[in-house]
Design a protein around this ligand. Structure first.
Ligand code: GRF
Length: 192
């Protein structure tokens, strides 16, 4: 549990690669009085990410990094430092961060994954869950360590799978729960 001293919110960067519905949701959460975080930076590895539009809508600085190369990751670390970022929230970020990056932000990177971890790590989660005839799936917020989708779990939410659910339907159902779970997990680890 991290106790905040004073009334300053934790400067947070959200990393995205796609739609950014979790980003939008985190921004809205951050504006609530009870929120321990402020969103100060949006980072994307994809210049076509739809979620980048929230930078303009909410007037939050954005930066695109092609993280295929090592040097860019160094630049990213410098940018985070310059903006006094103290928490990184991954939200549909499709790139694996290097060990060095994770070491620099040890215990300060969160991720949301659309399954009940440790089950169904990795990509195409909903397809695999349905193919496996699971009765339940859900979402998990966890700390990020150097192994994919394997860091300490903060919170999970179970979602029932109906007989006729397709991966698309399941994705939608789980996404609605993700939007509740991410802020809840943030409130759980930081108390004002
Ligand atoms: C979410 O399902 C999240 O769990 C996964 O990628 C999806 C991102 O959705 N990691 P969005 O871009 O936040 O709408």
């Amino acid at each position: 549990m991290v106790e905040l001293t004073g009334s300053k919110k934790i400067k947070t960067a959200v990393f995205i690669s796609g739609t950014g519905s979790n980003l939008k949701n985190l921004i809205r959460f951050s504006k609530l009085k009870k929120s321990p975080i402020s969103i100060n930076l949006i980072i994307s590895n994809n210049n076509k990410a739809k979620g980048l539009k929230f930078s303009k809508i909410y007037k939050i600085k954005k930066k695109i990094f092609n993280l295929k190369n090592h040097l860019n990751e160094k630049k990213l670390l410098l940018l985070l430092e310059k903006n006094k970022i103290n928490l990184v929230c991954l939200a549909g970020f499709m790139k694996i961060l290097s060990k060095n990056f994770i070491k620099n932000f040890k215990g300060k990177i969160l991720n949301i994954h659309p399954s009940l971890l440790p089950k169904f790590k990795g990509l195409n989660t909903h397809e695999r869950v349905i193919r496996n005839n699971e009765k339940y799936s859900g979402c998990t917020v966890h700390f990020v360590n150097s192994k994919l989708d394997s860091g300490k779990i903060i919170l999970k939410k179970k979602v029932k799978i109906n007989k006729n659910d397709t991966p698309k339907i399941l994705k939608k159902k789980i996404l609605a729960q993700e939007h509740k779970l991410y802020p809840k997990a943030i409130l759980k680890i930081f108390s004002l």
